[in-house]
Design a binder for this molecule. Structure first.
Ligand SMILES: [Zn+2]
Length: 357
């Protein structure tokens, strides 16, 4: 009897100490995780920026001739003959709108409805990162492409460089026509901008990563630098809307004069993580100095008419009022030409420029 009791006590002690050790280990791992997260988010490259992302560019006022020149692989043959992007000149260093004035000058957005607080929208199971990965959150599942069917005339309108005070107005136009589109967004953090992100999701469009800082020299310095910027933008989208972005567009397009040495390694790294990027085969020209409102309309209609599947580059920074104004005409005309509109998702086979070797 006594021995049995002693043995029971002994057993209980063993169990107790084992669970104490387990508890301790759990605490330690939680502590380290908490320690690592902020570290991963720390970006040496943005130390000067503070909370306001790069005030680098936006309007044509700040254009430098040099930055204008970059035309990513304009005349290079593309791998898929049916998807030949034209001169990929629009996304230049100077077309971007991450100016702090942009953030401040936003008028109040109409947020009629309460913010959504649903759990993160992720259609696919999470992919777990290998141990020691500095960006464990940057893994997504990549679905198979759904082939484009011959005869299906489809337009993917894409808006870069938002959110801005023109995002809600663009959403309103899209709503009016029942059109879904894709927004490749940058790192803007005012409440109005965040509300614009939420509205974009709520109204059924695709929210996707463009870049946080839009500073070419920094983000294209190395794959690590690119991931660092990408991770900030991914986190902003995820934390604001609950959406896990799975597609993206390179600032300046996938081929530009700033990433000649790093484009391939960055693309390979992003592919490895399951992300899909999209260039374009129709350029509205709205980022080029001197394009008139009429020119934007004509560019889109003329170029789109050459494709059954068109990915249209447009911009949504605060300077792009002409784009907003032309949008109803553009949609009406394309609809009359038999096109349907859709938002990009990773099942859509991308149109990509040819990377340098
Ligand atoms: Zn851009």
């Amino acid at each position: 009897m006594k021995r049995r009791r002693r043995r029971t006590r002994h057993l209980r002690n063993v169990v107790l100490s084992l669970s104490a050790v387990g508890l301790f280990l759990i605490c330690v791992s939680i502590f380290y995780q908490g320690l690592l997260d902020p570290l991963a988010a720390f970006q040496p490259s943005v130390s000067g920026g503070g909370e306001a992302p790069s005030a680098a560019e936006d309007t044509s006022a700040s254009l430098s001739p040099a930055s204008r020149e970059e035309a990513p692989a304009p005349s290079e043959p593309q791998p898929a003959p049916s998807q030949q992007p034209p001169a990929a000149s629009a996304e230049t260093a100077s077309d971007e709108a991450v100016s702090s004035s942009d953030v401040k000058s936003e008028s109040a957005l109409q947020s009629e409805e309460p913010l959504q607080s649903e759990p993160p929208v992720s259609s696919l199971p999470a992919v777990s990162a290998p141990e020691g990965d500095p960006f464990p959150e940057l893994y997504v599942s990549k679905p198979d492409y759904v082939p484009h069917e011959a005869g299906d005339k489809v337009v993917y309108l894409t808006f870069d460089d938002g959110p801005s005070n023109l995002t809600i107005p663009v959403l309103d136009v899209l709503d009016r026509y029942g059109v879904k589109a894709t927004f490749f967004v940058v790192g803007k953090t005012s409440e109005d901008d965040k509300e614009a992100l939420r509205q974009t999701v709520k109204r059924g469009h695709t929210l996707a990563v463009h870049t946080y800082t839009h500073r070419y020299e920094e983000i294209y310095a190395s794959p690590e630098a690119y991931l660092s910027d990408f991770s900030r933008m991914r986190n902003l989208i995820y934390d604001t809307t609950g959406v896990e972005p799975t597609i993206y567009r390179y600032a300046g397009g996938s081929v530009n004069s700033y990433n000649k040495k790093t484009a391939r390694s960055i693309v390979e790294e992003m592919n490895r993580r399951g992300y899909t990027y999209y260039d374009w085969n129709v350029d509205s020209g709205d980022a080029q100095r001197g394009t008139s409102a009429e020119g934007i309309y004509q560019n889109v209609i003329t170029q789109t008419s050459k494709h059954e599947k068109a990915i249209v580059l447009m911009h949504n920074s605060s300077a792009k009022k002409d784009t907003l104004d032309q949008l109803p005409r553009i949609i009406e005309k394309l609809q009359s030409m038999g096109y349907r509109f859709a938002a990009l998702d990773p099942t859509v086979e991308p149109i990509n420029f040819r990377l340098p070797d």
